[in-house]
Design a protein around this ligand. Structure first.
Ligand SMILES: [Zn+2]
Length: 186
């Protein structure tokens, strides 16, 4: 599983991909994209309260079914504030949430159950990519030492790999969008 740094970069990628050049930059949309791209890992919280942060990790919160639910709920919240573009924002939040599922699918997982319950509620099975693009996160299974266990050289290396892959992708995306914008306005 990638780190919050990787998931935040993926949220920023979705934000950059969706954003139309003629629209003003909206910090609220970027912040929402980053929060929702990290939201599936909120499944650590009930586990932490139960004494083992990994107890519920990579379960139903890491599924396409949950991504649909979160996308619709966040779309409703945004629509209640802005009074427009319900379907656009629901799709936007769905994609932000799904970016997390994709990164975790492509990430190494060295702890059973391996992978994530991607196809819940249709299937309960855990799936993961046969080839790992991202590294895993070393962490303790005991709530009392969980947070301090995250700070180690292995996890720092995991962050560097995520930055090396995702930052050039964001740069390339923005470069291509700018080029497209210039060619259409020329
Ligand atoms: Zn995750």
């Amino acid at each position: 599983m990638p780190t919050p740094v990787g998931h935040s970069l993926a949220g920023y990628f979705v934000f950059s991909a969706i954003k139309k050049p003629e629209r003003n930059f909206k910090w609220t949309e970027l912040v929402a994209a980053v929060i929702i791209a990290n939201l599936p890992d909120a499944d650590f919280i009930p586990g932490m309260l139960a004494g083992n942060p990994n107890k519920f990790h990579h379960g139903i919160t890491h599924s396409i079914g949950f991504a649909v639910i979160v996308g619709l709920l966040a779309g409703i919240v945004y629509f209640s504030i802005r009074k427009k573009h319900f379907f656009f924002y629901s799709a936007f939040f769905f994609l932000c949430y799904s970016s997390h599922l994709l990164l975790d699918y492509l990430g190494a997982d060295t702890r059973a159950p391996f992978g994530e319950q991607l196809f819940w509620p249709i299937s309960q099975i855990y799936v993961m990519s046969p080839v790992s693009v991202f590294s895993d996160v070393h962490k303790a299974s005991d709530s009392s030492i969980f947070l301090q266990s995250l700070f180690n050289w292995h996890n720092f290396r995991t962050i560097l790999i995520e930055c090396a892959i995702l930052i050039p992708m964001i740069g390339l995306l923005n470069f291509m969008k700018n080029k497209l914008k210039k060619s259409t306005t020329a």
